[in-house]
Design a protein. Structure first.
Length: 263
């Protein structure tokens, strides 16, 4: 298990992000890819087939996605409303416009719908994943708070997605949010947070020092590597203490980090 953790840290160091679990499959995307031809949106609308309409939102054809948005706008379902808010961030302007018009008719705000999607217990995990991604595309300060809430989600995929999206934002509050992710019970989330915090420089030093006390060696390893990359002298004492860590990889990385700091 720890070997897998080390491999994951190395992959992240190369700038790649992956899900290393058997369940890390975005079902909505897979449904969309299964459409070899454009689905019969009118039929799906008549059948009120929410699952297939959600899949159609990821169809390669923008016209199909727009039709799916229009159909979802007539369902009046809470999950359909969340899907419309996600579609509001679609790459195609006609899809975004259709989503905006549908949300307006429903009296719903895109950002507010996405923000509350993590607070509603009946919102499907696929939509919570999509909502986290969508929030990263919106220039709204409320996205940070919503994604922070997502860090407490009961689904590891959602927590990991929220961590990655937070790391892509420029808001200085992201450091506090990622500090929360550092305490996640699943090592993959905490390691991701520790690795991504390196890009925030000196602002991330204190939470990374705290992470050196994490129970998972993989998290401590990632924290040591990030502190070494940041190169802030405030980490010297903590890195020196890490030379006595129970894990050999952590000790070796701490030694390298201290050398980098000229100690």
């Amino acid at each position: 298990m720890f070997l897998m953790a080390n491999i994951f840290v190395a992959i992240l160091a190369l700038g790649l992000s992956v899900f290393i679990t058997n369940k890390m499959i975005d079902v909505i995307d897979s449904i969309g890819r299964k459409f070899s031809r454009s689905p019969d949106i009118a039929k799906l609308k008549e059948q009120r087939d929410l699952k297939q309409l959600l899949g159609a939102l990821h169809h390669h054809n923008a016209a199909t996605r727009r039709q799916a948005v229009e159909a979802l706008g007539n369902l009046g379902d809470r999950q359909a409303t969340t899907a419309l808010a996600v579609a509001y961030t679609d790459d195609d302007s006609s899809v975004r416009l259709a989503a905006q018009e549908a949300l307006t008719k429903l009296g719903a705000s895109p950002i507010e719908t996405l923000v509350t999607s993590f607070e509603q217990k009946d919102v499907d995990v696929r939509l919570r994943l999509a909502a986290a991604t969508a929030l990263g595309k919106l220039d709204d300060p409320r996205a940070i708070d919503a994604l922070t809430v997502a860090l407490a989600d009961n689904n590891i995929d959602v927590r990991h997605r929220a961590t990655m999206v937070l790391a892509s934002l420029k808001d200085p509050r992201v450091v506090d949010a990622l500090s929360v992710a550092l305490t996640d019970k699943e090592w993959i989330v905490a390691v991701t947070a520790a690795t991504e915090l390196a890009k925030f420089g000196e602002r991330a030093v204190e939470p990374l020092i705290t992470a050196l006390k994490h129970t998972e060696g993989a998290v401590r390893l990632a924290a040591v590597q990030s502190l070494g990359n940041i190169g802030d002298v405030r980490a010297v004492d903590a890195l020196t203490a890490a030379l006595k860590d129970d894990d050999n990889d952590v000790r070796q990385e701490a030694k390298a980090a201290l050398k980098h700091l000229g100690v």
